[in-house]
Write a protein that binds this ligand. Structure first.
Ligand code: UFG
Length: 323
């Protein structure tokens, strides 16, 4: 298929692009490089640097690519930042995303695959979390993704645009070539591995008074290669709807730090900090729907294996991407 990928220079997008190309698809990457890296784009893909806020450009490039499918990764995705700058999240994730949706309809795209998030649920009534739980986000990031989900539902009903929206839990790990490099790193695993690489003196734990067994937040970490696999399956004609992507196992911040110590063989000193605004205490997926309906089977269900791939990438790229 011809696949148009927004955010293909970013962490999750770059690895999905690699997988798409390995599977024989033709890929056009559209990315403004505000978060992504040019060198994270597989050289086999066509690359266009521009922003989704430029509606005319999106439509023109999409048309030229003869895209049959769109994968939409481009977004701002930091819970903490969204609590300080909500406008950035609604503008980029909702308003600019709408330009892409309109272009997809106008260009006759057959399938739209959207990167959504478990942050759309907010603190869940129960875990593991199924797709039918109420969505009550507690930060503008989750709200912006929920708004896009709703737009997708209406575009499907009114324009017949077939979509799959994946609600990622915590993406982690690396492929051999591509890994996690944010210019300002806020995520837990890369920050802890920086300590193991002697690039930071200590790791920080945001909140030790949560209602969890060790007082720190619990998350469900999912390998990016497994996320990418779900995206390949989502391209099949007839697949439609919302799917959680996670392993169904929750790990606390302290457990993640312990796994990083074990994998790296380095001791990681920690400093306990207050809670970070907008963080739900516990998010764990029930992803049976994706397994059942898409035939999705994660290859890296164990946290230690996920961290092992991340550690290999960070050791090989201690300064991340050059650009
Ligand atoms: N944390 C620390 N120390 C750090 C970094 C993070 O204690 O140095 C804590 C956070 O407070 C949180 C947990 O570790 O409790 C995980 O934090 P991350 O920043 O790694 O990930 P988030 O859960 O905040 O968010 C990520 C993505 C979102 C996505 C979300 C789904 O950034 O896009 O997972 O849970 F929506």
């Amino acid at each position: 298929m011809n696949v148009f990928v927004t955010g293909g220079a970013g962490y999750i997008g770059s690895i999905c692009v690699e997988e798409l190309l390995n599977a024989g698809h033709q890929v056009t990457v559209y990315d403004n490089l505000s978060e992504g890296h040019r060198s994270a784009v597989d050289p086999r893909a066509k690359f266009v640097q521009n922003s989704l806020s430029d509606a005319a450009s999106v439509k023109q490039v999409l048309q030229k690519s003869k895209a049959e499918a769109v994968m939409h990764f481009a977004a701002n995705a930091l819970v903490g930042e969204s609590m300080a700058n909500p406008g950035k999240y609604f503008r980029n994730n909702v308003a600019s995303g709408l330009n892409l949706l309109d272009a997809a309809v106008e260009c006759g795209v057959k399938k739209f695959v959207f990167s959504s998030t478990c942050a759309t649920y907010g603190p869940p009534d129960r875990v593991p979390m199924t797709e039918d739980l109420p969505q009550r986000p507690i930060n503008p990031y989750g709200e912006s993704k929920l708004m896009f989900e709703k737009m997708l539902t209406w575009y499907q009903r009114i324009h017949g645009l077939e979509f799959v929206a994946f609600r990622y839990f915590n993406a982690a790990g690396a492929s051999g070539k591509y890994g996690e490099h944010h210019r300002i790193e806020t995520h837990l695993i890369p920050n802890v591995l920086k300590v193991a690489l002697d690039q930071k003196p200590h790791a920080e734990i945001f909140g030790t008074d949560y209602p969890t067994p060790d007082g720190t937040c619990i998350r469900d970490y999912i390998h990016i290669a497994d996320l990418a696999q779900a995206h390949m399956l989502g391209l099949a004609p007839g697949t439609q709807g919302f799917y959680n992507l996670g392993n169904g196992d929750g790990y606390s911040v302290r457990e993640v730090i312990a796994a990083c110590e074990k994998v790296s063989g380095k001791r990681v000193p920690v400093v306990e900090q207050p809670r970070r605004p907008g963080d739900p205490p516990r998010l764990v997926a029930a992803a049976e729907k994706a397994r059942r309906e898409l035939g999705w089977t994660p290859k890296y269900p164990k946290l230690e294996d996920i961290v092992t791939t991340a550690w290999a990438w960070h050791k090989a790229h201690p300064d991340g991407y050059p650009d």
